[in-house]
Design a binder for this molecule. Sequence first.
Ligand SMILES: C[S@@+](CC[C@H](N)C(=O)[O-])C[C@H]1O[C@@H](n2cnc3c(N)ncnc32)[C@H](O)[C@@H]1O
Length: 214
Amino acid sequence: MRQHVNPLSQFFQLPLSLPSKSLIFKDSYYPIHIDIGSAKGEFLIQLALKHPNWNFLGLEIREPLVISSERKRKKLELENLKFLYCNVNVSLDEWLSDLDYDQLKRVSIQFPDPWFKRKHIKRRVVKNSLINSIARHISKEGELFIQSDILRLVESMVNVIDKSTYFNRKYVKGLKWLNKNPYEASTDRELFVLHKNLPVYRAMYTRNETPLVK
Ligand SMILES: C[S@@+](CC[C@H](N)C(=O)[O-])C[C@H]1O[C@@H](n2cnc3c(N)ncnc32)[C@H](O)[C@@H]1O
C-alpha cells in the first residue's frame, strides 16, 4: 500500500457525499467522536468496545485501510462505529452539517502525515478551514485532541488552532504537553513511538463558546 497519497491531487479533491449518521450508526443520537486519519482503526475499535453509548467515526483517505478497518468492525459486530473513506479537507464539513445540535463532542487528529518539505506543507491536514469547520459544529466544551512525535508538526497544528480563537488550550499541572493520551486507548503510531522511548507531544483544546452555526 502506498505510504502517502497526495490529498491535493484532482482525484482526492472530488467531494464525496458521506452517508448520514442514521445510515451508519444504530443509535444515531448518541454523542460522536471523530478520529481524523484513522488508518488501521485500532484506536476507535478499542473505544467503541469500551463506550457503547457513544458513536465513533474514523475518516481515512487511503481506501484499503478503510476496507480492512470495516472488516474488523463487522467481525466485532460494532454498531456504534464506522470507518469512511474521504479526504476530510474536502468532505467532512457537509457531513457535520447533518448532526444534531451539541452532538459532536470529540475530534482527534493523531500523528497526521508530516509532509516535511516546504513545497508540501499545503498537503497537511490541519488547516484553518478544517479547524473552523470543526469549531462551527462541535459542542460547547467539546474536545479537540492532537498529538504527534514530531515537535515541528505539532507546533504548526497548535499555531493553526490558536489562530482560530475558537478553542482554549487545556494545560494539566502547568505542563506544556500532556503526558498521556486522555482516551484510554492508543493509536498504532503512538504505541510504535512509545515502544522506542521517543517523546510524544499532545495537546487538548476545548470549544470556548456556543457553536457559531445552528
Ligand atoms: C501517520 S498516519 C497516523 C495514523 C493513526 N492516526 C495513528 O496515529 O496511528 C496519518 C493518517 O492520516 C491519513 N490522512 C492524511 N491526510 C488525510 C486527509 N486529508 N483525510 C483523511 N485522512 C488523511 C493518512 O492516510 C494516514 O493513514
